[in-house]
Ligand binder design. Structure first.
Ligand SMILES: [Zn+2]
Length: 249
């Protein structure tokens, strides 16, 4: 299996061309993604502007060139337009709404593929996104963070959360709860995110199945917990729209 860099996968999937100034005279390592390039590959000198602050994220620190695929993902337009996306050999797809995100979490594409969630206005995530080869355990580049999702655990956790929401809704006036948490936030910086409602622990003293569901939810990774914010709110299950390559009428 030959490994493909996240940038090359993205640019090829998008149907775009690498951006370069010349062909590499020798094989080397890209300063950004850290993947090797071959003699003859499109490259350009790595000259970050003064606004560049991601030095700590460079995978190939110290190298003087970047490959043309990383350069092509570097443009402001590409970054702003495709900040929340899933990339596979089939193209670049939307991954922004609850429905879209839930779809990808539960129906990931065949590898190689990647999942990015920009959490700032302009953020360069593609060149550092982990390339996934599994549909069962995979990674999401969420801003600076990297989330891990085990697909079966997410599905099991969603079922447990739905059952706990029913239990937590017992005796309540008004609409049933959508989830059993004090807070369930899409942003990862919410302190109460993922905390179960305290009364569930009391109920679990008398009802063993409630305790079992609490254990399932407690065993979720932060990525799976984040996934619940989409899976529990998704209203339909449909393949998200492809953004690139654009369909030609
Ligand atoms: Zn690169």
């Amino acid at each position: 299996m030959s490994l493909i860099s996240p940038s090359r996968l993205t640019i090829e999937a998008a149907g775009l061309s690498p951006v370069s100034t010349h062909k590499a005279a020798h094989a080397g390592i890209c300063a950004m993604c850290g993947y090797p390039y071959q003699a003859g590959d499109p490259v350009l000198a790595f000259r970050p502007e003064s606004s560049f602050t991601d030095y700590g994220a460079l995978r190939g620190q110290g190298n003087k060139a970047i490959d043309g695929w990383c350069a092509a993902t570097w443009t402001r337009e590409f970054t702003q337009t495709h900040g929340k996306a899933v990339v596979s050999r089939q193209g670049v797809f939307k991954a922004a709404s609850n429905n879209d995100i839930a779809w990808w979490l539960l129906n990931p594409p065949e590898g190689p593929w990647l999942f990015v969630q920009m959490d700032q206005q302009v953020q360069h995530l593609f060149w550092r996104a982990p390339v996934n080869y599994s549909r069962d355990v995979f990674f999401i580049q969420y801003g600076e963070a990297r989330l891990t999702v085990r697909r079966e655990n997410l599905a099991r956790g969603a079922d447990a959360a739905r059952r706990l929401a029913i239990v937590a809704s017992e005796g309540r006036k008004g609409a049933a709860l959508k989830h059993p948490f004090v807070r369930l936030a899409r942003e990862l910086d919410e302190p109460l995110h993922g905390l179960l409602r305290p009364n569930l622990y009391k109920i679990a003293n008398d009802r063993v199945e409630v305790g079992a569901d609490i254990d399932i939810v407690a065993g979720l990774t932060s990525g799976e917990l984040w996934g619940l914010t989409a899976v529990l709110y998704a209203t339909e299950s449909a393949v998200p729209e492809r953004k690139l390559p654009e369909l030609v009428a």
